[in-house]
Design a protein around this ligand. Structure first.
Ligand SMILES: Nc1ncnc2c1ncn2[C@@H]1O[C@H](COP(=O)(O)OP(=O)(O)OP(=O)(O)O)[C@@H](O)[C@H]1O
Ligand SMILES: [Mg+2]
Length: 447
């Protein structure tokens, strides 16, 4: 069922069209002037507009132009005084089709149905595009190629996968790609963020509950394990599960069956579990906060997602990818990266990984006025440039040297290996900086 706006000054045409379209199962709204049509369009949403060209007041061609530039749905133009010229003009202005009066009702219905199914297909393509580009793993660096190979070989098996990697490095996108390339792709991908669910709710979240199992359990509810039956369950931030919940999850993994909270009936499911964490699980095991038996169950195929700083060659590729995406999403022209800006992005340390890069680019895509991103437009955090911690058992001289080395390194990174600019920023002679680089064994790679 579609919602159709009919614009014609002849009442008989409005009512006849409305009748046949309603018989076809559509809803209609009618108006008799261009002004009224534009007002209705601004107020309401339509799937299609039928527009007469010969209207009192604002003429049909102008209405068509305004509708199209405001992003109207397909417009089918009708006219009683048609010649080829008007038909061509209307089509140029974006009319979907042009029908002559007297109208053949059969032809009208056919054209409308075509236009509607065209529109639906177009929307679907757009959705799919968005989905694919959101789930596209961008990167051509060696670590990314290796990662892709691992994903390709792990995906078709039914084995559990444990994905590790820093914050924002792409663990979730890897999990979704594993699902998409698996035999379960047509089935559900259900994700559970173990860190975001309060301890007292997690059991019901994972296993579901029976009506009345606890205060607030008003209805029977399916848990994530059941919702993922036949598909993939993604246990994100798995290290944040309490030891108690770990024990329950372990039991499901061993037996593939579980019970709802407050239920007796065992429920059997076929679920592939993919888990992810940014913590070092072996260290968590040593601290007693993660069960080693669960770890071995989850870690059948380990996949490590490299941090962004280990694949500097992907930085510009990713930045371009995000610029393209934001432009497509907002319908604005795509901004360009100047080579200076690209170098600056490449030289940064990216402690927040791809997510941080994405945020930087999103900000630029929205806030920058010009169409080219210059190095001074790129505002990077100081965290990525700050020296790391220094060991605590050093003599003062050793500590001073360690700090100096790290500081020089981080400033060098900030200036993408440009020694002259780094020397300027540090307020030392270039020759002096070279001497220090040599003394600290720092080799400078210029892109
Ligand atoms: N290789 C990549 N290509 C394209 N986009 C990527 C890539 N890696 C990550 N992203 C994007 O970066 C953002 C962060 O990725 P994701 O959520 O998968 O990271 P994560 O490792 O799960 O992070 P966290 O540890 O914070 O949960 C997402 O918007 C994701 O689409
Ligand atoms: Mg994540």
């Amino acid at each position: 069922m579609a919602k159709i706006l009919i614009v014609d000054d002849e009442q008989s045409i409005r009512t006849t069209l409305a009748k046949i379209l309603e018989d076809e199962g559509h809803r209609t709204a009618l108006c008799d002037s261009g002004e009224e049509a534009l007002a209705q369009f601004a107020r309401d949403e339509f799937d299609l507009i039928v527009l007469d060209l010969w209207l009192p007041g604002v003429d049909g061609m102008t209405v068509l132009e305004r509708l199209r530039s405001a992003g109207a749905p397909p417009v089918i133009v009708i006219s009683g005084h048609a010649n080829i010229d008007t038909a061509v003009r209307a089509t140029r202005l974006g009319a979907y089709d042009f029908l002559e009066k007297p109208l053949s009702l059969e032809r009208v219905v056919l054209t409308i149905n075509h236009a509607l199914s065209d529109r639906k297909l177009r929307d679907q393509v757009k959705d799919l595009r968005r989905q694919v580009s959101e789930e596209l793993l961008v990167g051509e660096s060696e670590p990314m190629k290796t990662l892709e190979q691992h994903i390709r070989s792990a995906a078709p098996s039914n084995s559990r996968v444990l994905i590790t990697g820093e914050n924002g490095s792409g663990k979730e996108i890897v999990a979704r790609t594993l699902h998409r390339l698996s035999h379960r792709a047509e089935q559900a991908f259900v994700d559970v963020n173990c860190a975001a669910i309060p301890e007292e709710l997690i059991e019901s979240e994972l296993f579901g509950h029976r009506k009345g199992a606890f205060t607030g359990a008003i209805d029977e509810r399916k848990g994530k394990f059941e919702l993922a039956d036949g598909g993939t369950l993604f246990l994100d931030e798995v290290a944040d599960m309490s030891v108690r919940t770990q024990a329950k999850v372990l039991r499901v993994l061993q037996e593939q069956t579980f019970q709802k909270v407050g239920g007796q009936q065992p429920i059997t499911v076929d679920v592939r579990v993919i888990a992810a964490t940014n913590k070092d699980l072996e260290a968590e095991i040593a601290r007693g906060t993660f069960r080693d038996d669960l770890y071995y169950r989850l870690n059948v195929i380990p996949i490590a997602v490299p941090p962004l700083r280990a694949r500097a060659n992907d930085v510009v590729l990713l930045a371009e990818h995000f610029l393209r995406r934001f432009a497509a999403e907002t319908g604005t022209p795509r901004k360009r990266l100047s080579s200076g800006a690209a170098t600056k992005l490449k030289g940064y340390h990216w402690p927040g990984n791809v997510r941080e890069l994405r945020n930087v680019i999103e900000r630029l895509a929205i806030l920058l006025r010009g169409d080219t991103i210059e190095p001074e437009d790129v505002q990077l955090g100081t965290r990525g440039a700050a020296p790391a911690e220094i060991a605590s058992d050093l003599t003062l001289k050793e500590a001073r040297d360690a700090f100096e080395k790290q500081y020089i390194l981080s400033r060098l990174r900030e200036f993408a290996g440009n020694v002259s600019r780094t020397a300027d920023a540090l307020g030392v002679e270039r020759s002096n900086l070279y001497r220090k680089l040599h003394a600290y064994g720092i080799t400078v790679e210029r892109p």
